[in-house]
Design a protein around this ligand. Structure first.
Ligand code: HAM
Length: 435
């Protein structure tokens, strides 16, 4: 009989552009999410989760067919049933779809929603740029008052400030429909005799999407963009008053901002206020930590009623990268009050039972039952921040007792097994009062 030759399997690796988030880094994620949840509570935003998969048309109609995101970067596929779907490259369109679909128009306006979730763009991977990346975002739908724009901007700015990052908002107005079509003509005229100096992409943009000429990063195009006529000088009276009011509120809230006429954003749905948020001192050089703006026409593009709205999203990997670069420490999770330690097989069985009882009674309890030595277990108890360790050995089992060790002072006492919970509660309460 022929023997089967064993071949070594090739190792399957992480897909290019994706990222594993390992336990050590989770502390950063936790810290960011805590600030996001706190801001949501403070400013009255409710959580929404929409699916990672949507109809491709959702993004074509809103983000725009000619944008890089839709034309080059979407993970699109056709299902066996023939549906044309895409992994979401961003979350705003999905949130507005849900707002319309679930009749949120009938709720008191604005409806304030926030999300935390992965997005997908098949872009060229580099530091701070992934193909699956996480965003948190805040959207206020159903109100066009400039105070909402300013408040939403302040939320993004304050979350970063509370995380220890000094940032600046690069802000512009991309005008309303009326002012924008007039401005596009002026912009096209300006670029007409400079066409030969533009990069290949910008030559295409000139006919398809002239506003995007302003945020091209190619040196020559950037030079021309800085000299170009500015949208803010061609705003309708309404759009101008709106923008001025946003800036006044920002002044009042002491949000650092900088007027930047080249901020036009890479998505087509914006109207009026548009902004990006960057680390202070890194303007122009750095990828944005977040961006947002008003999107008053988006609901209509999806078949809804006219619904003014404003929001932003931030890239969580980029925030973490900046926090690490700036050596910002995040609090270690010290979630435990009690460690249950055991010595010997019989004691281990009893200790497992004690651990389950404490857990069911909501003690913040932890263990490492596979470890045999007391020193190893004490080290783990210390690392996890336990205030007390309960030690059970052969002697304690025979006597019906437990040894309780105060991890700070090192003092150990024998207590009756039956009284363990009461004793622990009393001692923990006292420790918390003294702290
Ligand atoms: P966005 O500017 O395309 O806007 O993305 C927002 C943020 O997501 C960026 O500033 C960046 O931090 C992060 N980001 C984008 N692409 C990547 C990537 N490939 N890798 C890592 N991070 C990335 C939007 O998505 C809009 N939906 C924002 C919005 C909400 N506007 C109104 N409401």
């Amino acid at each position: 009989m022929a023997t089967k030759k064993k071949t070594k399997k090739t190792q399957i690796q992480l897909v290019k552009g994706m990222k594993d988030i390992l336990p050590d880094e989770q502390l950063y994620w936790q810290a960011i999410k805590e600030k996001v949840f706190k801001a949501a509570r403070d400013y009255g935003f409710s959580r929404i989760d929409t699916p990672a998969v949507e109809f491709t048309n959702l993004f074509k109609r809103t983000v725009g067919e000619d944008t890089d995101i839709v034309s080059k970067e979407m993970y699109s596929f056709v299902t066996p049933g023939g549906d044309k779907l895409s992994l979401r490259p961003e979350n705003t369109a999905g949130v507005v779809r849900a707002y319309i679909e679930h009749g949120m128009l009938n709720l008191p306006q604005p409806v304030k929603l926030f999300y935390v979730g992965p997005q997908f763009r098949h872009d060229k991977p580099q530091a701070g740029r992934y193909r699956q990346f996480w965003q948190f975002g805040f959207e206020a739908i159903g109100d066009d008052d400039p105070v909402i724009d300013a408040q939403v901007i302040a939320i993004s700015y304050n979350i970063l400030k509370e995380l220890g990052l000094e940032t600046e908002v690069q802000i512009n107005s991309v005008g309303d429909k009326e002012s924008r079509s007039a401005y596009m003509k002026i912009l096209k005229q300006y670029y007409q005799d400079k066409k030969k100096d533009l990069c290949v992409d910008c030559k295409k943009r000139l006919t398809k999407n002239p506003l995007r000429l302003l945020d091209c990063k190619v040196a020559k195009c950037r030079e021309l963009a800085l000299e170009a006529p500015q949208m803010v000088d061609h705003l309708s009276d309404d759009a101008k008053d709106h923008f001025m009011a946003v800036l006044e509120y920002l002044d009042e809230m002491e949000v650092k901002y900088n007027l930047d006429p080249t901020i036009v954003r890479g998505l087509d749905y914006y109207t009026r206020t548009a902004w990006e948020i960057v680390e202070l001192g890194n303007e122009g050089k750095l990828q944005a930590l977040g961006g947002g703006g008003r999107y008053d026409d988006l609901a209509e593009l999806l078949g809804g009623r006219p619904t003014p709205a404003v929001g932003f999203a931030m890239g969580m990997e980029r925030i973490i990268l900046k926090m690490q670069e700036n050596k910002i420490e995040v609090p270690k999770i010290k979630d435990y009050d009690v460690f249950v330690a055991q010595l010997g097989i019989e004691a281990r069985k009893k200790a497992m039972k004690l651990f389950e009882e404490l857990r069911e009674d909501d003690f913040r309890v932890t263990e490492s039952m596979s470890k045999k030595g007391l020193k190893d277990q004490m080290d783990i108890a210390n690392k996890r921040g336990a205030k007390y360790t309960l030690i059970m050995g052969q002697k304690e089992i025979s006597d019906g007792t437990v040894l309780i060790r105060d991890m700070e002072s090192g003092v150990q006492e024998i207590i009756d097994y039956k009284k363990v919970k009461n004793e622990l509660r009393k001692r923990l309460e006292k420790k918390n009062q003294d702290a």
